[in-house]
Design a protein around this ligand. Structure first.
Ligand SMILES: [Mg+2]
Length: 335
């Protein structure tokens, strides 16, 4: 969905910028290069900044404090949209106000459920009307068992997010999706899921920030960019996290970003769009060409992000499957 190129910068072309956190603003304890300054500049230029997180264990105030400590100015809890904030309204639509809800999850999730006026339980009872499930490291088999009992007995089941993995310091660990899958395997039922890439979290963000032209910004095609498609928003993929030039080039149609940038500096710079002309494409000083299944950069720097934009414009409109296309070494990989 290459939409109309912005008149000037992306920050001028959109009114609300919705950021993913990990891989976009920070990686572990470290801020992503240029992120903090770019966000502060976008805010100074009049953008509303929102932060979308699937993390269900931290309160939004804790996330806001973290972003403030990194140096991002003016962040409050209301600027953070968490998966529990998107999940609780799904429960509220289906069970009576004040009903008993079994919470499988951490402090951030319990806090949201309590705030919405539900009674919290940690064991299934005949009164349990809903189950809400989000990740916390303290989860035990007993919590999953109680969730299964309540769901089998007919409770409405909502998951905060379906992430299969969680990056931890020692490596990749099972995420909330695997724990939902455990309960699914036991009960045969499916949860309704609120977080990225599902639509509810995007709807909550759009309403809260009264966005007319939101831009969703992330580093993962299968969550941030797919979610933007489902939420009917334009998207920007930054190459500071999980996905790479090659995975972008080979992305499925519903995971293709509207814009691609090396890092968040792109928000406040002129965005050079790729212009397609038959089997050639131009982006700035770069020219690319696709002959059957062979992609070549005929002019300019193969490692530049402009080369990647031109290549994507060609590959995404070609009849050849992206995985069958021969790609020049180093495409879009930077210096
Ligand atoms: Mg991320």
């Amino acid at each position: 969905m290459m939409s109309v190129p912005p008149a000037r910068t992306l920050s001028d072309a959109f009114d609300v910028l919705l950021f993913d956190l990990d891989g976009v603003i920070y990686i572990g304890a470290d801020p992503v290069p240029y992120a903090v300054d770019s966000l502060n500049a976008a805010r100074a230029a009049g953008n509303r900044l929102g932060f979308l997180t699937n993390n269900a264990s931290r309160r939004t105030q804790t996330v806001a404090d973290h972003l403030t400590r990194l140096g991002i100015r003016g962040v409050t809890a209301a600027d953070v949209v968490s998966s529990p904030e998107a999940a609780v309204p799904l429960l509220a639509q289906r069970i009576p106000a004040g009903a008993e809800v079994l919470v499988v999850g951490g402090d951030g999730l319990r806090w949201e459920v309590e705030n919405a006026g539900f009674r919290i339980t940690t064991v299934a009872t005949p009164d349990t009307a809903g189950v809400i499930q989000g990740f916390t490291p303290e989860l035990t088999w007993n919590d999953l068992a109680e969730a299964s009992y309540a769901i089998e007995a007919g409770a409405v089941w909502v998951g905060t997010n379906g992430d299969w993995t969680i990056p931890r310091e020692k490596g990749v660990a099972p995420g909330n999706g695997t724990l939902l899958a455990a309960v699914h395997t036991a009960t045969g039922k499916f949860p309704e899921v609120a977080g990225k890439p599902e639509r509810p979290i995007y709807d909550v963000a759009r309403r809260r920030f009264a966005a007319t032209r939101p831009l969703a910004i992330g580093d993962r095609l299968d969550t941030d960019i797919l979610g933007a498609h489902r939420g009917e928003m334009d998207s920007l993929l930054v190459l500071t996290g999980v996905d790479t030039p090659l995975t972008v080039l080979r992305a499925d149609p519903d995971q293709r970003p509207t814009y691609i940038a090396r890092d968040l500096r792109a928000l406040n710079e002129y965005y050079e769009p790729a212009v397609l002309n038959g089997n050639t494409a131009e982006c700035g000083t770069v020219s690319a060409r696709l002959d059957r299944a062979i992609l070549t950069i005929t002019h300019g720097d193969v490692r530049s992000v402009e080369a990647l934009r031109a290549a994507c414009a060609l590959v995404w409109t070609s009849n050849v499957p992206p995985t069958a296309i021969q790609v020049p070494a180093g495409l879009g990989e930077g210096e």
